[in-house]
Design a protein around this ligand. Structure first.
Ligand code: SF4
Ligand code: SF4
Length: 335
């Protein structure tokens, strides 16, 4: 049987930091090159991975934008910057007078699959923080609001909406797995959640598999960063609400933000960049955190929390505000 021709992928960057590409380059088991081979995908152009630059790169992009060359997958990293005044001229394609906004729209409307890589491209992300003077939006969302650059009803050539591989940055495997599903012709709307995020990572909560779950069960809380307890009550952890598999799928071979003693800030969600409070603070009303777990009624959570707090083992109470675990017993510790 004749082998199918590879799917061609164009990657553009606009209002972002490039961190999603940096993360992707760190893919392991398999690495990025092998992952693309397995997926049957070849890169038409990528700003960090391709040799073509300047006018050579522009001619590839223009040929796709004008329909002289076909494209299967268009990926955007970074937000679409619509400013000033909706012109998009804050970011022009190098060496031309075209706004990146118009280039992105042209190539996206010719693609079989459109992939927003990172929370900037999906929802606006960090680039939209503060006053958002640059008018940063996502491909199909402006924060939580559906629409974005391409509009709520946008469908690419495959019939799918924009695929939002959100995260700041993305885990490399979130991208490589999605691209393998696309390459195998095995990705459809049932593989996405209500914000069009692939379920390969958005089918989990960050809370799942967190090494602090024992502390969470007994509401034994950390008071400061580097304490070993659960960071939900005092340090702003949103792991019980955040959709991602960070504590199941290791980052860089091991670990996660939580393992690094930093609370989950829900970076895969729209508007995570503007939580309305410090990232390491838990907003509360009458001592009860506002952002309670999404998978149980609030009244139950409050009732169970006070019961489990009353039954917290001494070991957990002590370790929750310590920078190390004492499971081996005090006598085993190095003095
Ligand atoms: S999503 Fe985060 S890491 Fe990716 S480009 Fe935007 S700011 Fe950078
Ligand atoms: S620190 Fe966050 S993710 Fe970990 S157990 Fe507590 S609430 Fe869950």
């Amino acid at each position: 049987m004749a082998k199918s021709p590879p799917l061609r992928l164009l990657w553009l960057q606009s209002g972002g930091c490039g961190g999603c590409t940096m993360s992707l380059i760190g893919a392991q088991g398999p690495d990025l090159v092998r992952s693309l081979e397995i997926a049957g995908v070849e890169i038409a152009w990528h700003p960090s991975l391709s040799e073509e630059t300047g006018s050579e790169a522009a001619s590839i992009i223009n040929a796709i934008a004008e329909g002289r060359e076909e494209i299967d997958i268009v990926c955007l990293e970074g937000s679409v910057m619509t400013g000033p005044n909706g012109t998009g001229m804050f970011h022009r394609m190098a060496g031309s007078d075209q706004s990146m906004m118009s280039v992105i729209e042209k190539v996206a409307r010719r693609a079989r699959y459109v992939v927003a890589v990172g929370s900037c491209a999906a929802f606006g992300g960090i680039t939209a923080a503060g006053g958002n003077e640059v008018g940063a939006i996502g491909l199909a969302y402006d924060g939580k609001q559906a629409g974005g650059l391409l509009g709520e009803d946008f469908r690419s050539g495959s019939g799918l909406p924009v695929i939002n591989i959100s995260g700041c940055p993305i885990h490399p495997d979130w991208f490589t797995e999605t691209i393998m599903q696309i390459g195998a012709g095995a990705f459809d709307e049932r593989d996405m959640d209500d914000l069009q995020r692939p379920l390969n990572f958005a089918g989990h909560l960050v809370h799942h598999g967190c090494s602090r779950n024992e502390f969470y069960e007994f509401k034994a809380s950390a008071q400061k960063l580097c304490d070993m307890g659960c960071m939900m009550e005092n340090l702003g952890c949103k792991g019980t609400q955040a959709r991602a598999d960070c504590n199941i799928r290791a980052w860089n071979g091991s670990g996660s933000c939580l393992d690094g003693n930093y609370p989950c800030i829900n970076c895969t969600a729209p508007e995570f960049e503007e939580p309305g409070h410090g990232f390491t603070k838990t907003p509360k009303i009458s001592g009860i955190p506002i952002g309670l777990p999404t998978d149980m009624p609030k009244a139950w959570f409050v009732a169970l929390a006070s019961l489990s707090k009353a039954a917290t083992p001494e070991r957990l109470n002590r370790d929750a505000t310590s920078d190390r675990l004492s499971a081996l017993g005090e006598g085993k510790r190095r003095k």
